[in-house]
Design a protein around this ligand. Structure first.
Ligand code: AMP
Length: 419
């Protein structure tokens, strides 16, 4: 039984096919809509770069993905896919959980207005519905896990009508990741999710923290948009909101220009002048670049402050959980962040911290009052699992016998046999 996970970005399409826990294939089509697009994929452990070709839109990208999966022996026809799970960044205020794609999901006007940049998520849904009209499709929203926040955490202190009339409030993002790593960390701690309070740190290109109390999100650092919260690669994170009109007047910027400045030219990149990639900034800081050093300190400090706040919010955290590119792969930044947490009793084990890259591990020292874990996120797998759960709950019958689906179980071997 195959589940396809689709993530349509503004000019890209990412996909993964799962059979149970196993990832059969994954791929990335970039530069959709440009003269020449790039397509790379992985089948089993074999990586391929496919010939460049123009891909006009997401519908064509989905057709291309299907053709490739047929060529690779993953499927014989699109109908072999049992279900499609779509990553949808914004669900708006109405979705507290993943949902079967129906008219309401397809016409989710509030979410489309709130996150116009993520409109392609919905274009991907339309393209898949068109190509596989009989296949159940599920929307898995990045915002859903955060819908358990209480009003005091999600309402902004603007005139109330902005909340009631326009649904302007904190939504939060990376919810699928926060949900997965918080539950997985509880399992690793040999506790039920309901019995632990954790702070999850999704630190990647975009970064956010979540305060998870007894398995439920009670606060998160991103807001109406992913610009809020901690300092990120090229995003400001929180700052005095009066700076926005002030800079716009100073430099005669339009709202779109200001938005670009805060999202693409700020954060660690803007401060250091080096890069939004923390690896390059660390390298520069280590050779004595003062602005690179400052950028890292500002980045870590913004995270430390959220950890302090969320420790209070959850009523005492039992664990910090690091995930995503930085959280999983950078002992340097984990150490820099945890160095500022002595006041709440966090102590890292330097050897465990250094040793554990991209794998599940406890990295706190004996005597640390709060445990510290690395848990690699599995967003795609979570989307597949959530899709299956929603489909089962909707009473859709599962083809439990994989043979019945006519799918080759070992795609790489099958592809070789075909040659
Ligand atoms: P993600 O968005 O989760 O894929 O994370 C990507 C980001 O993780 C990159 O832009 C880098 O800034 C960061 N990153 C990945 N590996 C490392 C590393 N070894 N040290 C520091 N930062 C890293």
């Amino acid at each position: 039984m195959l589940i396809l996970v689709v993530n349509c970005g503004s000019s890209s399409l990412k996909y993964t096919v799962f059979e149970g826990e196993r990832e059969l294939t994954s791929g990335l089509i970039e530069k959709i809509g440009e003269k020449i697009s790039a397509f790379s994929c992985k089948v089993g452990s074999e990586k391929k770069t496919l010939p460049d070709q123009p891909v006009a839109d997401h519908e064509q990208a989905i057709a291309l993905m299907m053709d490739q999966m047929i060529k690779d022996g993953i499927i014989r026809q699109p109908a072999d896919i049992f279900a499609v799970g779509h990553r949808v960044v914004h669900g708006g205020p109405n979705y507290t959980d993943a949902a079967l794609v129906d008219e309401a999901v397809r016409n989710n006007a509030i979410a489309k207005e709130l996150a116009p940049l993520h409109y392609p998520n919905y274009i991907g849904i339309e393209a898949c519905v068109k190509m596989m009209p009989q296949t159940p499709q599920v929307a898995v929203f990045d915002t859903a896990f955060h819908q358990t926040m209480p009003p005091k955490a999600y309402v902004y202190a603007l005139p109330y009508r902005f909340y009631t009339d326009y649904k302007i409030r904190k939504y939060g993002f990376h919810g699928t990741s926060h949900k997965y790593v918080s539950r997985r960390a509880a399992e690793l701690m040999k506790k039920s999710a309901k019995s632990v309070n954790v702070i999850t740190l999704h630190l990647g290109n975009g970064s956010s923290l979540a305060a998870v109390q007894g398995g439920r999100c009670v606060d998160t650092s991103m807001g109406l948009t992913p610009l809020a919260g901690v300092v990120m690669g090229s995003r400001t994170g929180d700052m005095d909101p009066a700076i926005v009109p002030f800079i716009m007047e100073l430099e005669h910027l339009t709202p779109a220009q200001m938005d670009k400045l805060m999202n693409k030219e700020s954060g660690v990149l803007g401060l250091s002048g080096v890069s939004n990639d923390l690896r390059e900034v660390i390298a520069q800081a280590e050779t004595g670049n003062e602005r690179a050093r400052l950028a890292l300190d500002v980045f870590a400090y913004s995270i430390q402050k959220y950890i302090g706040a969320y420790h209070v919010v959850v009523g005492g955290a039992q664990a910090l959980v690091f995930t995503a590119g930085i959280g999983e792969k950078s002992p340097y930044l984990r150490e820099l962040i945890c160095r500022g947490l002595k006041g709440i009793g966090v102590k890292l084990d330097p050897v465990k911290n250094k040793k554990n890259i991209s794998r599940e591990a406890a990295i706190h020292a004996r005597g640390s009052k709060i445990q510290v874990w690395v848990v690699p996120t599995r967003e795609e797998y979570m989307i597949a699992a959530e899709s299956l759960r929603v489909i089962q709950a909707a009473g859709i019958e599962l083809p439990l016998e994989p043979e019945k689906t006519g799918i080759t179980r070992k795609p790489a071997a099958a592809a070789k046999r075909k040659k």
